[in-house]
Design a protein around this ligand. Structure first.
Ligand code: 9MR
Length: 359
């Protein structure tokens, strides 16, 4: 597999070097220059292995124009030792990103899945507001002017929970009320007026995602009507073999956001495959290619971020029975896979059509 991959990798890279726009022949084969030529960010989630593994770090520096801390900037992690926020992971990524000219996406300020272990289950509205806005203000303020985008609120929609507006039943919804999302966005904007503020959620490109898209649009419309500072929506894009996606639904969703002046990001892209079928790497790559063919046609698309770069580190493989999955663009030995080529192809197509799409 290595040989075939290497050959086609070089073929793709050679094509990249003939790009008319910003790519120059002195640049190494990489997704970064392709993304720049396409007017997009290409980025990946990263974790502490970024510091430990030189080959992973080299791939990040070659391919990424942005990085996203995968869990070290979450509320639970930053306060794992108690209420006092550990700002060391913030400083570390800021320094690395600035040294290497990478943009940062801060992930994620408010998420029911990352509530601190000490968070009081019985907080009243005032205490919950103080804790939530204190966290947002401190964190965003600590990196003021240095983080391009923040995922302010993550996964606040769950139509299956039965709320009329589709909001997920979470502690903050119960304690603060329906305005907790708007309050979080306003606190983030006050702490850093230069950052782009994003709402992030899953299932928005999925064939089963129509109700989720509707609920997110209603939420975003409400925020925009109220003049809340929201700049975009992250479509996570955890895709799976055998799990269809709705390209038309996604295109309409993106167009509605565009009408409201908002951007759209592919924010956590990966492809889960059972690895039990014949040619999983090619199958995974075909899903990447198919999905990204729709995505790169979206005029208000600003970024494609994968949820990891190498199969060596993926939340999917951490799940029971998923140890053999190969969801990401590089294999465990940091060799580019067909999925890498699928991403390169999509970026090349976007680069070629950049002018038409954004005019
Ligand atoms: O990939 C992340 C994993 O390493 C963390 O343990 C987990 C909990 O913090 O979060 C995972 O990332 C999630 C992301 O923050 C939100 N969307 C779903 C992602 C996968 O669960």
């Amino acid at each position: 597999m290595g040989q075939i991959n290497r050959r086609s990798f070089l073929a793709v890279s050679a094509a990249a070097l003939t790009l008319p726009d910003h790519a120059s022949s002195t640049e190494l084969p990489a997704l970064g220059p392709l993304a720049r030529a396409a007017g997009l960010e290409f980025g990946s989630a990263v974790g502490p292995w970024l510091w430990r593994e030189a080959d992973f770090r080299a791939a990040v520096l070659r391919d990424c124009t942005a990085i996203v801390p995968e869990y070290e900037w979450k509320w639970d992690y930053l306060t794992r030792a108690g209420r006092r926020t550990d700002l060391e992971p913030i400083r570390r990524y800021l320094a690395f990103a600035e040294k290497n000219g990478l943009a940062l996406r801060g992930h994620t300020l408010v998420w029911h899945g990352a509530m601190p272990h000490w968070y009081p289950a019985a907080a009243d509205r005032q205490e919950a507001l103080t804790l939530m806005t204190g966290h947002v203000t401190d964190l965003v303020g600590s990196a003021r002017g240095r983080v391009r985008r923040w995922d302010v609120v993550n996964e606040a929609i769950e139509p299956a929970d039965g709320e009329p507006d589709g909001l997920r039943r979470t502690p903050l919804l119960a304690q603060i009320g329906r305005d907790y999302i708007e309050i979080a966005f306003r606190a983030a904007a006050a702490a850093d007026p230069t950052a782009r503020l994003v709402y992030n959620d899953y299932g928005l490109g999925a064939s089963w995602g129509a109700a989720r898209r509707d609920a997110v649009l209603r939420l975003v419309e409400h925020l925009v009507e109220r003049g809340a500072p929201i700049h975009g929506v992250g479509v996570q894009s955890h895709l799976a073999a055998g799990d269809g996606y709705d390209g038309d639904g996604l295109a309409v969703f993106a167009a509605r956001l565009r009408e409201m002046g908002l951007e759209i990001l592919v924010s956590e892209l990966d492809v889960s495959d059972t690895a039990r079928r014949g040619a999983p790497d090619r199958e995974v790559a075909a899903i990447y290619a198919h999905y990204l063919a729709t995505v790169v046609e979206i005029p208000n698309l600003t970024a494609i971020h994968t949820w990891g770069l190498s199969d060596r580190h993926s939340w999917i493989r951490a799940k029971a029975g998923a140890e053999n999955e190969r969801p990401l663009p590089y294999d465990r030995a940091m060799r580019p896979k067909p999925a890498w080529e699928a991403i390169a192809g999509a970026l090349r197509r976007r680069a070629a059509e950049h002018g038409r799409l954004t005019s």
